[in-house]
Design a protein around this ligand. Structure first.
Ligand code: 5IU
Length: 264
C-alpha cells in the first residue's frame, strides 16, 4: 500500500483511544516522531537519559524490568519528566500470557505498569483474551492507557514476518478493540488503516545490525518508504557520546521523512 500522506493531526480525530489521539497531536505540535528506547540498567541512568532527550522525543520507551533498582519513586520521577517535556511513557513489557495473568502483570508486581505508563504492548499469540485482561488492568487503574499489538518484529527470522498469515491475524485482532488498541509495533505503516499508529524499532543511521539478530533500517526508510509513524531508537542514541545531540539528529531525520511523506 502507498504510505499514508495525511498529517498526524488530521488522523487524530479518527482515533478512538485517547492516548493514541494525543500521541498523534503531540507529534505535530512538538515536531517529533522520535521514541527513544531507554535500555539502561539503573534508575539514575534512566532519569538522566529521559531528562537529556526529553525535549526531542514524543515517546520514551522503557524496559522497567532491566532497571536493577526500580522503585515507585522511579515511576514518579519519570512521570514528572514526561509531563514537564510533554512526552509519553511506553513500557515495552510485551505481555504474552492469558488474560487472567496479564491482569496481574500489568497492574501489580514490582512495576505496577498501568499506574504510570501511557502505552503498553502485547503479543497476539494468546488470542483476544490478552486484550480483555489488559482492559481489566487499565480500567482498574482508572487512567488513560493505549495498547500496541506486536504485528511484526525487527529481529532476523522472527515468526511474525516468516509466517504469512501472522501479521494480518494480529491486525484483525487489534482493530476489534479500537478504544483500547491504537496501533502496532510494526516494520511498516498503514496496518489497520490511517486511524492506527505504527511504531518501528530497529532504527539506526547507516543501517546494519547487531550480533544477536537485530536488523536496522534508517529513519528515512522507516518513515518515508515503509510509511511507519514513529521511529524507536535505542543504542543509536543512548550509546552516543552526547545522547541529546544524537536524539536531535534522529528527530530531524524522522521529521524530514514525515514532511516529505505528507507532501505525497
Ligand atoms: N524492540 C526491537 N525489535 C522489536 C521489538 C522491540 O528492537 O521487534 I517488538 C526493542 C528492543 C529494544 C529496542 O528495546 O526496541 C531497540 O533497541 P536498539 O535501537 O538499541 O536496537
Amino acid at each position: 500500500a502507498a504510505p499514508v500522506t495525511k498529517t498526524y493531526t488530521a488522523r487524530a480525530a479518527g482515533v478512538k483511544n485517547s492516548v493514541g489521539a494525543r500521541l498523534l497531536r503531540l507529534m505535530d505540535t512538538k515536531r517529533t516522531n522520535l521514541s527513544v528506547a531507554a535500555d539502561v540498567t539503573t534508575a539514575a541512568e534512566l532519569l538522566r537519559l529521559a531528562a537529556a532527550v526529553g525535549p526531542h522525543i514524543a515517546v520514551l520507551k522503557t524496559h522497567a524490568d532491566t532497571v536493577s533498582d526500580w522503585t515507585d519513586d522511579t515511576a514518579t520521577a519519570l512521570r514528572l519528566l514526561a509531563d514537564e517535556h510533554d512526552f509519553l511513557l511506553f513500557e515495552d513489557r510485551k505481555f504474552a500470557d492469558i488474560g487472567n495473568t496479564v491482569v496481574a502483570q500489568a497492574g501489580g508486581g514490582l512495576h505496577k505498569i498501568v499506574n504510570w505508563a501511557d502505552i503498553i504492548n502485547a503479543h497476539a499469540v494468546p488470542g483476544p483474551g490478552i486484550l480483555s485482561g489488559l482492559r481489566v488492568a487499565v480500567e482498574s487503574a482508572g487512567r488513560s492507557v493505549g495498547v500496541l499489538v506486536l504485528a511484526q518484529m525487527s529481529s532476523a527470522g522472527n515468526l511474525a514476518t516468516a509466517l504469512p498469515g501472522y501479521t494480518p491475524a494480529a491486525v484483525a485482532m487489534a482493530v476489534t478493540e479500537p478504544d483500547l488498541v491504537f496501533g502496532f509495533i510494526a516494520m511498516e505503516g498503514g496496518l489497520g488503516g490511517e486511524a492506527c499508529v505504527s511504531m518501528t524499532p530497529g532504527v539506526k543511521m547507516g543501517g546494519g545490525g547487531d550480533a544477536l539478530g537485530q536488523q536496522y533500517a534508517t529513519p528515512d526508510r522507516v518513515v518515508g518508504t515503509a510509511g511507519s509513524d514513529v521511529i524507536i531508537v535505542g543504542r543509536g542514541i543512548y550509546k552516543a557520546d552526547d545522547p541529546a545531540a544524537a536524539a536531535k539528529e534522529y528527530r530531524e531525520a524522522g521529521w524530514a521523512a514525515y514532511e516529505r511523506r505528507c507532501r505525497g
